[in-house]
Ligand binder design. Structure first.
Ligand SMILES: NC(=O)C1=CN([C@@H]2O[C@H](COP(=O)(O)OP(=O)(O)OC[C@H]3O[C@@H](n4cnc5c(N)ncnc54)[C@H](O)[C@@H]3O)[C@@H](O)[C@H]2O)C=CC1
Ligand SMILES: N[C@@H](CC=O)C(=O)O
Length: 812
């Protein structure tokens, strides 16, 4: 004996009905019971018709005609010569329906009893059609009226089944009709008086389970339009995949919490009898689907699925008067039960100071009224607060029986949500540890489910969403590197980096699915402008998981956006030095926001481009070492200039070459004035633990003041005019057998930057090209410093440093 249930889409057209009959006819373990739903969309249409008729809206007649046309169309297609009994059958059913609706119209009333009768026609029609066609195909098929098989009470709309009577009725029918195939309407039953009832929306699954249990079937198959229960809602998570085998308990948890594939009450009757339940796809019958059974083989999967349900409200009952007083919970739940309000989730703090329950959002106001009435005396006496509802929430839950043997699952769950700025309003976990539920903002559901799916199901492919400001010299190199390394990142690091937005000061290009990193330059030129504030808001509003702002500008305004983003747990990676070298309070605030909101704030390239200078300093201080002194060459531009200037070419020309080769700041006066080096030593001192300000750095300029008096063009012409000054500096150093180096020094909370003649043998003497070097003297590195040295400027290396920070932020 095999019970197969076909859902609304599986019988929505003549073609689908033929497919479904073919599947049932091929069933190996006959006899077969086919339980069918109404043609997709019929039940909603019938409800609409009934409501219209009850409110004297004559339009119900037209809708009824349309519904009849649809059923007649299917019937005609199904009957071989267009003259089969199916059309007459449909007409007869619609004649009854018309009379019923006219009665509703005349009375102006639609009781739950009448609504059940009205809705039953959907399944009565579909099942009669299927039975007739199956018989016409030569199958030994009979139509079995579920109202003579499923006995319920008279709770119309959601009738409860009397299993003992149902089993007797099913056994009696079985004895009288030993046909190879029964076709049964799902969803409906009848009470002791024979009045039609319904089992709740989705109840056809339940009908099938009841019959399977009554007949002790080998298997119950639910044929639907998806290939089984998925690891998450596929409308939310593109990479969701079917779960092959799952326990009854897990299936129950998943179906209760939003996996719409299965009507939750379905599992209980088959579980009681240990009958396997197989969810299959009518449109892809070769797919394995999901097998729900007593004890599925143990796999490595700890979490089987992630479920989500929206439209939730939390009701918070709080007050000191509750502590240690028995009976408060009982009164709360009794008050809700009296209003027939379903409690979806419960949590209570161990202090007993508050109880929090989750209810369906539409129940919020009735719940609030009922509870405030119940506790009116205590509220008036100030012993408890009036009920505080919070709307706009949702539940996201992890489901899996193996969770109970694995520590760290909750930690991973909370960590993944926390890193993405998703605030958890309440949690619930039963002692069985099959389900860990979190209540979050409804607006965060998509992000949360994706983040958790990545954390628990996707060993490779964490999606990271980048928003890039400033595709200039460094930024465009970075985009080039990202494009080249995408495959490597996915294969080796399991990172799927997507650039969602690129903005320069004139245009902004956005694509949530990820921009094409080969065509962006042309597309950006055509893209509309987007003010910086709107760019920041775009990042927040898109609310994408693992979002990172990559600031590759030199703009103070861009740096001004970091705080707002960190507060939303959006990570910030910056080679822009403005934020870390502005006033100490702002720098410290960003560092603390990064900690508080668990979002990386990384800026390794602020000093020495991609050289691991800040990382090394952090490693030293994190392990308890104390930086006493630093000596450094921190300007790639100045090192390049003084390494290349020997009087044979004008000084200004060498500076211009440094700019063309991409070592200078967008404004080269910052390099030549020493300000850029001052910013860098300030950042190092701060990272070493000193609360220093820019005004604490002593800058010893070597440029004649006239060079900095005008704009960049004047800067170049003034340098040319002061060639003799630069020549004299060079000649003096050479005469002393020394080299010119622009040196930064930090010791005892004080720092200086300035041009110096460095003698042969000094650590800074032999520093080539655009290299940087930092010598750290610490409590552990006393006589011999820890030295970091290498290329300290240039678009390629800087971009690679930003890239490394992005990877760090992504892997947090
Ligand atoms: N070149 C180097 O060796 C190193 C550079 N850096 C830093 O890299 C940053 C960028 O330098 P480059 O690429 O050479 O400069 P760049 O001038 O070539 O590029 C800057 C880009 O930022 C854009 N931009 C400016 N304001 C913007 C805004 N409000 N919104 C969006 N885009 C904006 C500009 O349109 C331009 O595309 C600077 O902060 C610099 O200090 C850091 C380490 C080394
Ligand atoms: N302009 C800077 C670039 C890196 O910060 C330099 O020359 O060092």
């Amino acid at each position: 004996m095999q019970v197969l249930k076909f859902g609304g889409t599986s019988v929505a057209s003549a073609e689908n009905i033929r497919k479904s009959i073919a599947i049932a006819a091929a069933a190996k373990q006959g006899p077969v019971i086919m339980v069918v739903s109404a043609l997709g969309g019929t039940t909603d249409a019938l409800i609409g018709i009934g409501r219209a008729a009850a409110t004297a809206d004559g339009a119900y007649r037209e809708t009824l005609n349309q519904l009849e046309e649809r059923h007649l169309g299917v019937a005609q297609e199904l009957s071989a010569d267009g003259q089969g009994p199916e059309s007459a059958l449909v007409r007869a059913q619609f004649e009854e329906l018309r009379q019923l609706c006219n009665g509703i119209f005349a009375l102006g009333e639609l009781s739950t009893r009448t609504l059940d009768k009205l809705m039953s026609y959907g399944e009565l029609l579909s099942s009669r059609l299927v039975a007739s066609v199956a018989a016409a195909q030569g199958l030994d098929a009979v139509w079995a009226d579920a109202r003579q098989l499923i006995r319920t009470n008279s709770r119309f709309g959601m009738a409860e089944v009397d299993m003992a009577v149902t089993e007797r009725l099913v056994a009696g029918f079985n004895a009288q009709h030993p046909a190879a195939m029964w076709v049964v309407p799902g969803f409906i039953g009848a009470d002791a008086q024979g009045v039609t009832t319904t089992l709740g929306r989705g109840g056809s699954d339940y009908t099938a389970a009841l019959l399977a249990a009554a007949l002790k079937a080998h298997v119950l198959e639910i044929w639907t339009d998806v290939s089984g229960m998925m690891t998450a809602d596929p409308r939310l998570v593109r990479s969701a995949r079917p779960i092959a085998r799952i326990s009854y308990q897990e299936a129950m948890e998943l179906s209760h919490f939003g996996a719409k594939v299965l009507y939750p009450p379905t599992i209980q009757p088959v579980m009681r009898r240990g009958i396997p339940l197989w969810i299959k796809n009518t449109f892809a019958p070769a797919d394995y689907g999901t097998l729900v059974e007593v004890e599925p083989p143990r796999t490595a999967a700890v979490v089987q699925g992630i479920s989500s349900i929206g439209n939730l409200a939390l009701l918070n009952l709080e007050g000191s008067g509750m502590v240690g007083v028995p009976g408060f919970s009982m009164r709360l739940f009794a008050a809700l039960a009296r209003e027939r309000i379903n409690v979806v989730l419960i949590t209570q703090s161990s202090s007993e100071h508050s109880i929090c329950v989750g209810v369906n959002e539409p129940d919020t106001t009735p719940a609030q009224v009922a509870v405030d009435q119940e506790f009116a005396v205590e509220i008036a006496a100030g012993r408890i607060e009036p009920l505080r509802p919070e709307r706009g929430l949702a539940i996201v839950a992890l489901v899996g029986e193996n969770m109970k043997d694995h520590p760290g699952i909750s930690g991973k769950l909370f960590g993944a949500l926390g890193q993405n700025g998703i605030n958890i309003r309440a949690t619930a976990q039963g002692a069985s540890e099959k389900n860990i539920s979190t209540v979050i903002r409804a607006a965060d559901v998509r992000k949360a489910v994706n983040v958790l799916h990545e954390a628990f199901f996707e060993a490779t492919g964490k999606q990271v969403n980048l928003f890039l400001l400033g595709p200039g010299n460094v930024g465009s190199k970075l985009l080039e590197q990202l494009a080249q390394q995408q495959r490597h990142l996915l294969e080796k690091l399991g990172l799927q980096l997507r650039v969602v937005a690129i903005a320069n000061s004139r245009h902004c290009l956005v694509n949530e699915a990820g921009l094409d990193l080969t065509t962006w330059p042309a597309e950006l030129g055509e893209a509309p402008p987007l003010p910086l504030a709107d760019f920041t808001q775009l990042i927040i509003d898109r609310n994408l998981r693992n979002s990172i702002l990559v600031d590759v500008t030199a703009d103070p305004a861009a740096a001004g956006c970091y705080a707002q983003l960190l507060e939303k747990s959006v990570a910030v990676v910056a080679c822009n030095k403005v934020a870390c070298s502005s006033d100490y309070a702002s720098y410290a605030r960003l560092k603390s926001l990064s900690k508080e909101f668990n979002a990386s704030f990384l800026f390794e390239t602020n000093v020495g481009a991609a050289l691991p200078i800040i990382g090394t300093l952090n490693d030293l201080t994190r392990s308890g070492d104390v930086v006493r002194r630093m000596e450094a060459v921190l300007s790639g531009t100045l090192n390049f200039v003084f390494n290349h200037y020997d009087g044979t070419r004008p000084f200004a020309e060498v500076v211009r070459q440094a700019q063309i080769e991409g070592y200078t700041e967008p404004d080269p006066r910052l390099d030549l004035s020493g300000s850029d080096v001052a910013r860098k030593i300030l950042i190092l001192a701060r990272e070493a633990g000193q609360a220093m300000e820019m005004s604490d750095i002593q800058i010893e300029p070597f440029l004649p003041p006239a060079c900095l008096a005008g704009d960049v063009a004047a800067f170049y012409s003034q340098m040319a005019a002061h060639e003799a000054h630069f020549r004299a500096l060079y000649d003096a150093a050479t005469a002393a057998g020394k080299r010119l180096k622009f040196v930064a020094r930090y010791a005892d909370g004080k720092a200086t930057v300035g041009l110096q003649q460095v003698a042969l043998g000094h650590d800074l003497y032999d520093l080539r090209g655009k290299d940087n070097v930092v010598l750290f003297y610490t409590d552990r590195y006393i006589a011999q410093p820890l030295v970091v040295k290498g290329a300290g400027a240039g678009a390629e290396v800087t971009a690679s440093g930003v890239f490394a920070d992005i990877i760090r932020a992504a892997r947090l």
